[in-house]
Design a binder for this molecule. Structure first.
Ligand SMILES: [Zn+2]
Ligand SMILES: [Zn+2]
Length: 326
């Protein structure tokens, strides 16, 4: 375990994203860090891997940069890099939601629930609380908090238009969570604007909850956007939830369908994966453009489907082998 994987974000107005990108590129290159970093007028979001000492130097540099002072890092150890290149980009948002800059400032966020308080809440499951998973369905399919509801989203940016389904919970307290917290900061502001009176969010997301209180009452595993794909969460009372979409058998393996016109990101068990050669159905298996199944289930960008190429959303990182380790 010589490497760290860092996950971080901070909402803070960035006047000159291009100069921050240039600085990040030079900093990461000098420290041999790989990963994906997004800089936007609303802040910064990144996940990088590197040798432990290099990631420590990176965290120190970030804390010394006035804009990012106080930024919080989720840290996991791993035996190697979880990315195989560096990608630093300027985008309109640090996580694509489609409602523009909501003016969030992480230094002023006041509705956090700390992991220990969340753990207690999970034990009690109070009737006036709704636990809301702000992530997409391919994430919730592999793991979620016990009793959580979600909107079965294909993509985070679909949340605003599906939020009407949450109207039935008006008057209750909404406790929202996501992988590391970045989505919840937007969702909280958005739901408050919709008239939800008490919205709170798990501080540091599932990753920090796993690291600090052992992940109790989280069922299944946590989807991550690097080539680990899923990471364990619950060391206290683990319960598997992932189901093969073909045979319904238990699995936590996620691949992209080998039919490039489908390219669906889905759960499949080992035996179905072998039998269907990495496709999601007999129909996809019969597709003449089917990609060679090498047992991994992610593919070179050049032979990837338009789904990824037209879709810059980080939710599709997994279909990009340059980031997924393929
Ligand atoms: Zn199966
Ligand atoms: Zn398919």
């Amino acid at each position: 375990m010589d490497y760290n994987v860092l996950l971080y974000y901070k909402y803070i107005p960035v006047a000159d994203p291009d100069s921050v990108r240039d600085w990040q590129e030079a900093l990461c290159a000098s420290l041999n860090l790989f990963g994906r970093i997004i800089v936007a007028p609303e802040g910064i979001n990144g996940t990088v891997s590197g040798l432990i000492a290099d990631t420590e130097a990176y965290m120190k540099a970030m804390q010394e940069y006035p804009l990012f002072k106080g930024i919080e890092f989720k840290i996991d150890q791993y035996p190697g890099h979880t990315f195989n290149k560096l990608n630093v980009r300027v985008k309109p948002e640090i996580v694509h939601f489609g409602l523009g800059n909501l003016g969030i400032n992480s230094d002023k966020t006041a509705n956090y629930v700390e992991p220990e308080e969340w753990r207690q809440m999970m034990k009690e499951q109070p009737e006036d609380v709704v636990i809301f998973d702000a992530r997409s369905s391919y994430e919730t399919n592999v793991g979620r908090f016990k009793g959580a509801i979600d909107l079965n989203l294909d993509n985070f940016r679909d949340l605003p238009e599906k939020a009407a389904e949450l109207e039935q919970y008006k008057g209750k307290k909404i406790y929202t969570y996501c992988t590391g917290g970045i989505k919840c900061e937007k969702v909280s502001v958005f739901l408050e604007k919709l008239g939800f009176e008490e919205v709170r969010q798990l501080h540091g997301g599932i990753i920090r909850y796993a690291n600090e209180v052992g992940g109790e009452d989280f069922e299944g595993s946590c989807y991550v956007f690097d080539h680990r794909v899923v990471v364990p969460v619950n060391k206290v009372n683990p319960t598997p939830v992932g189901k093969c979409e073909v045979c319904q058998g238990q699995t936590e393996r996620m691949i992209n369908c080998a039919n490039p016109d489908c390219n669906k990101h889905f759960l499949i068990c080992d035996s179905c994966a072998e039998q269907l050669e990495g496709t999601c159905s007999e129909a996809c298996h019969a597709n003449p453009h089917r990609r060679h199944w090498d047992g991994k289930g992610y593919y070179l960008r050049g032979v990837n489907s338009k789904l990824y190429l037209d879709n810059p959303d980080p939710n599709y990182v997994r279909t990009n082998p340059e980031l997924a380790g393929g």
